[in-house]
Design a protein around this ligand. Sequence first.
Ligand code: BES
Ligand code: ZN
Length: 541
Amino acid sequence: MLDNKGLVIAGVTDGRGRELPYTEGDADPEMGSPLTVTLNGARRIVVTYHSAPGAEALQWLSPEQTAGKRHPFLFSQGQPTLNRTWIPTQDSPGIRQTWEARITVPEPLKAVMSGDRLTPEGEPAARGRAFRFRMDNPVAPYLIALAVGDIAFQPLGPRTGVYAEPATLPAAAAELVDTERMVTAAEALYGPYRWGRYDMIVLPPAFPYGGMENPTLTFLTPTFIAGDRSLVGLVAHELAHSWSGNLVTNAVWSDSWLNEGFTSYFENRIMEALYGTGRAAQEEALSFADIESALKELGAAAPGTRLHDESGADSSGIVYDKGAAFLRTIERTVGRERFDAYLRSYFDRHAFQPMTSARFLADLRANLIRGDQALERTLRLDQWVYQPGLPANVARPEPRAFAPVDAAARAFNAGGRVAALPFAGWNTAERLRFLNALPRTLPKQRLAQLDRSFGLSGIGNSEVLFAWLKLAIANRYEPAIPAAERFLTSMGRRKFVAPLFEALAAQGEWGRPIATRIYARARPTYHSVTSTTVDKTLGGG
Ligand code: BES
Ligand code: ZN
């Protein structure tokens, strides 16, 4: 039985020309229609099929949607359950497979996939050029990924490099100069990188995520390119998934904190190793503030705030931030040295295997706690994993991380002058901290001063622009709408797009018409992941 969602199946054989009977089950809107093949003793099956034009994993971009504007582009996004729309496979994160592929594309396009790239320049084929790929490590099927376009490559280090459209490549490579050092730092923490190369591809702005940890080839949004490497936590994150996620994989999506929470913790450790404790402490504090605002919004008893979450809520960052806070709490309780040794052994013991919350807790008890009753009581493991909210033993971030920014925000909120703010001297994390601390009831003239003094509506840093636009929309600050419209029609990253449309829609008779008008233009440029989410707020196009 294979997963199948919308595949157009021409036939199934045993590979020697003998037809095998098959049936397609009832279609579930999420999961699709299982393809059941009767083996009749066959040990191999060959499915001949094509994907449907609307296959949700695939986004087919017109030349206008690329940086170069001359060639079309295609990319896939498998996680969590989309790969069944273009590959008939057993599409569960609890299953692993090796794979091989040969992809033929028209000249002058190139194809890259998330496995060893055996023919970097391609080889002559009947209708264009063919590229061959192989993944010898067993991986979960959601990690099979493909991108096709006018793509060039630039090496960054002995085993790292970046692919992008030629127009994007120089800026991408400059932003990513530290990647090789990140791989080395990650290995020093938790053991050898087991995937050969670590390359990345910077995709056109329609890519619906910040990043996707496709093995050997992380997929990245171009919106992380800030010019000052201030958003490369994203790269540390996707790299960390080479251990937490790709080596040890959540067996079910309701345990996705085992992928994302571990990875967010690991990301922060890589950032600390490269850039020091100050930057890591600031990023930890931003993440902690995100937990607090999520708990405030959802309520500390909301089922969606559990790490092991069967509610299907899935939209909050709780599995990332609370998951990381959980591991940090263990680290600070048992000491870093001991916890690092444990984590390293955890990745070794469970490499290339699925993991569940229950198995992780059993492993932790067997290999770290080892019957220490006092430690067991202190940690509150079951509460952390199975209960909503934040346990009382949570390790809190260093309050000094943002002390001067918090003081400046307090002074400003008490009526202080814009000219007194040292915004220009603040780094990205500090700017985000400041903007997120401002009230949603600012007078128009105060917003105008902020905008004018710091060039917020025209700022190139996507995270800072996003924080500013959230603030501006919540305050019904009309002069920021052209900037919001530019942003929403120039990229399709769901993390930015969905909250901005939600913020507009929440502003009733002022914001909803603006949202509807912008969405009518933007929707056709979005990946299904993004448009499906926004449709829930604004209705489909
Ligand atoms: N694996 C995720 C992306 C993902 C999550 C795809 C859920 C499909 C379903 C990726 O590693 C990720 O977490 N990306 C984040 C960036 C990160 C720095 C928090 C993103 O896309 O913003
Ligand atoms: Zn992730």
